[in-house]
Design a protein around this ligand. Structure first.
Ligand code: NDP
Ligand code: MG
Length: 382
């Protein structure tokens, strides 16, 4: 029986993690759950999975939840301290980091310091603080198991072959809903149109990131961090049907890819059962039903989110944090109707152009970068 804590249990990855747990009675036990404020769903999850503790970031919602579940032997925690306690204080063997954004940095570090393995969905933490997290995890003997479908595919393509040299990683991208749109057409894209992803059903922030291709940019940086490769070794290829989830090309020219349906429960479960592939609730891929597997090249002239990410990771230091923090601000501003779709990458580009880069930034420095970018963006674009 594996003990699991889920940070962000009410979201897209969080609820699919609980589906995986539900589908395999006796295999997993939920020891802790956490969310920001959606306590109606969290209460249901607490009653179903009976964790030892649950944390709610919003303090008023935490107080409300504590009253609602006072009939149960569950500790209700609040704020950042609560998220940290869920990661470090619960008896979890593995923490699923299914929270969105850089808010996940401190809890993830706390989990690593406590020796918990990490099923890493929260890519923003890996992108901005990967240079701290990866070496520290190695020192602590902590496994970082990727949940992102592309990185799970790469991880699987590398299994057992750590001494063969990677030529390059072929990171696949669906291209999002505007894959074939002209630049001019993108000017008037609405939030609703950007939220209609062709192949994956995900949380709002990452769905917008997929439409701008910033998600793929974040994934290029995530791949460099997780697999210790240079940006030149990561090539993005379009695969509109999202059947090939990514591949590794070895130095002898052979390519090993991982294929499957567009169902996040497969990579989530694999992070929890690694190195075993066990029966899962997902429908297997029916090869006879596949009509085509197209491959294409990303349009970097239209979608600047991807080339800007290469620029950020090549520059290094705090620049990936600048790229990510500017995007977090701009993505939310777009969703709230404050800026247009094409402005998202404009904000990132301008923020990077005016940034002062710190080499090897600490976690405090990374979080200070975000605070400063939020403050300046409110003044400049708000
Ligand atoms: P959602 O928006 O669906 O869910 C986010 C979760 O995080 C919710 O449980 C939310 O709680 C919680 N949360 C947000 N802010 C806080 C906070 N300050 N304190 C505590 N909890 C918080 O996101 P996704 O599940 O789509 O994405 C999660 C992460 O996984 C992201 O980093 C994303 O990039 C990555 N990812 C997602 C994929 C997907 O298919 N969805 C695929 C690959 C990666 P509440 O509900 O209360 O707001
Ligand atoms: Mg992905």
């Amino acid at each position: 029986m594996k003990n699991i804590a889920v940070l962000g249990s009410t979201g897209s990855i969080g609820t699919q993690t609980l589906d995986v747990v539900r589908a395999a009675p006796g295999r997993f036990r939920i020891t802790a759950l956490a969310c920001r404020s959606r306590i109606d769903l969290l209460e249901k999850q607490i009653r179903e999975f009976l964790p030892d503790m649950a944390a709610v970031f919003d303090e008023d919602a935490a107080a409300d939840l504590a009253v609602r579940v006072r009939d149960l032997p569950v500790r209700i925690l609040k704020g950042m301290d609560g998220l940290i306690e869920v990661c470090a204080g619960s008896r979890a063997d593995i923490v699923v980091t299914a929270i969105v954004g850089m808010i996940g940095i401190r809890p993830t570090m706390a989990a690593i310091e406590a020796g918990r393995d990490i099923a890493l969905a929260n890519k923003e933490t890996c992108v901005t603080a990967g240079h701290i997290i990866m070496p520290r995890a190695r020192e602590m003997g902590v496994n970082i198991l990727p949940v992102d479908s592309e990185h799970s595919a790469i991880f699987q393509a590398l299994m057992g072959r750590h001494d063969s040299k990677i030529g390059k990683i072929l990171l696949t991208a669906s291209g999002g809903p505007f894959r074939n749109a002209a630049y001019e057409e993108l000017k008037n894209v609405t939030v609703e149109q950007a939220l209609a992803h062709p192949t994956w059903s995900m949380g709002a922030k990452i769905t917008i990131d997929s439409a701008t291709m910033v998600n793929k940019g974040l994934e290029v940086i995530e791949a460099c961090r997780l697999f210790d490769v240079s940006p030149d070794q990561v090539q993005v290829v379009l695969q509109p049907q999202s059947i090939i989830h990514s591949a590794v090309q070895y130095e002898d020219g052979s390519v090993i890819a991982q294929l499957g349906p567009s169902d996040m429960r497969i990579p989530i479960q694999f992070a929890l059962t690694w190195p075993d592939h066990l029966p899962s609730p997902a429908e297997p891929l029916d090869f006879t039903a596949i009509k085509s597997i197209e491959i294409g090249v990303p349009r970097n002239d239209v979608f600047k989110g991807l080339p800007l990410a290469y620029e950020a990771i090549r520059r290094g230091g705090s620049m990936p944090a600048v790229y990510n923090a500017a995007n977090e601000w701009a993505n939310a501003a777009f969703r709230h109707g404050r800026i247009g779709f094409l402005d998202i990458c404009e904000v990132i580009e301008e923020t990077m152009a005016s940034a002062t880069v710190t080499e090897n930034p600490s976690i405090d420095e990374i979080l200070a970068v975000q605070e400063e970018i939020n403050r300046r963006s409110e003044v400049k674009y708000g």
